[in-house]
Design a protein around this ligand. Sequence first.
Ligand SMILES: [Zn+2]
Ligand SMILES: [Zn+2]
Length: 252
Amino acid sequence: MRLTALNNRLGDAARKLWFGFFPPVCLLCAQPAADRRLDICAGCRSDLPALGEHCQRCAEPLAQQQSLCGRCSQKLPQFEHVFAAFLYAPPLTQLVTSFKFQRRHSAGYALGQLLADATLEHYRQQPWPVPEVLIPIPLHPWRQSRRGFNQAALLACDVARQWSRNGQPLDVDQRLLRRVRRTRAQTGLTLAQRRINLRGAFRLTGKSPQRVALIDDVMTSGSTANECARLLKQAGCESVQVWVVARAARPR
Ligand SMILES: [Zn+2]
Ligand SMILES: [Zn+2]
């Protein structure tokens, strides 16, 4: 954690110096981006897809206004609330892909700032208790070493730093929740297959704080967050919220 904070500070200083010579261009359209914090121009920023109507519990996108989606009305998930800054649709998908799979860290930095801005705004308006600790959804060490980083951990550190700048310090805990079993990629699996795939995939290394927010880039079925929330609740957690940059429609 301390190392990440140091990297973040060095990152900020390096960005300032770099942009003194090379003004930023937009990650999406390559036009000049006036906002030095974001690398996305005002036009592309306003084109990012809003979530629209969604389930108040799991943020599943809905065609019409209703408080809960079909699945949450049948069985409530283990987490209390999902906050998704955007719908997972172009051009946001482009930013996520270039961050995760092309290792473009400026895209990750932009996503972190977008999530930080959106959560700060959301918690100014909503009654949800502010979490004490942010917990990034862990990758299995094998996958993390192949990718070179855990996108959720980088996002969590960016969000915590931005909250601290706004006078609300948040801790990031990257040790409590571990991914101990390698699982198949969830893409293409049904909901039932996803549940089976995740059995025994995570483990806690200690007691849980009272109020946490799980952090990830994209939520699709919610199965991973649900499994992590189940473990945290078992370990004494009172409230598990989930903060994601984008919510995709759930597979059937
Ligand atoms: Zn642009
Ligand atoms: Zn729901």
